[in-house]
Design a protein around this ligand. Structure first.
Ligand code: NI
Length: 227
């Protein structure tokens, strides 16, 4: 065989391998990687019952990255159900204006989406869009000593405790699997999730509540394996 023909054949075989990831009805796809929750938060102000009231502008919530595990089931060649799961996220919370650390929270934001694959049943890149619902469990809320100290100074509080309500809301996403072989692909995806909660700071001299819309952008980068 001529060298040129061999090269051409090798290119065709490589091309077939790269293009061999046609998603079809009944396929399971497991995605895993690094998933970042980047809050785009909007917080109500915090009104402390001093005389006159002390008004703090609200809180900021920082980013966190965890390990994602994202199973997908192809219901048809073009439609799938996906579950976004991850190891628990932990976010630090800061009081705006004064810039003191308020505390931290952990959460799990499982999100179930119905997805549409316009190129389902075809080989090559698999872009998708999805829409779904999210339930965010918020737990292990902790008050930072700096906030506890401020509440002691302003209110005379000797105890402080933070809690945030769980959230149920809608989610939207776009993503793509870029095939590496018949079964393996690189995945990149982004979600926008509506996570709205009410935060309560309970002290021995009263409770202060304020709404926080966390509304994060969520980014996943990882690998996908088709079964
Ligand atoms: Ni919201």
């Amino acid at each position: 065989m001529k060298q040129v023909t061999k090269l051409a054949l090798a290119a065709v075989v490589a091309g077939m391998a790269v293009n061999a990831a046609a998603y079809e009805q009944g396929d399971w796809i497991l995605r895993a990687g690094a998933v970042t929750v980047a809050p785009d938060e909007d917080s109500d102000s915090i009104v402390l019952p001093t005389a006159p009231p002390t008004v703090l502008p609200g809180v900021s919530v920082d980013n966190d990255t965890q390990l994602s595990i994202i199973p997908v089931y192809m219901v048809t060649d073009n439609w799938a159900i996906e579950v976004l799961a991850a190891t628990p996220f932990e976010h630090d919370i800061t009081v705006d204006g004064v810039g003191i650390p308020a505390g931290s929270i952990k959460h799990l934001p499982p999100t179930v989406s119905m997805q549409w694959y316009p190129r389902g049943g075809q080989k090559g890149w698999q872009p998708y869009v999805g829409a779904g619902v999210n339930y965010t469990f918020i737990f292990d809320e902790k008050v930072d000593p700096a906030l506890a100290g401020a509440l002691n100074g302003l209110l005379g509080a000797t105890e402080a405790d933070l809690s945030l309500d769980d959230s149920f809301g809608l989610a939207a996403q776009v993503g793509v699997d870029i095939p590496l072989s018949d079964n393996w692909a690189i995945n990149a995806a982004v979600w926008y999730i509506d996570i709205d909660t009410t935060a309560k700071i309970r002290t021995d001299v009263g409770t202060v509540a304020f709404d926080v819309d966390i509304d994060p952008w969520v980014y996943n980068v990882g690998i996908a394996y088709r079964f």
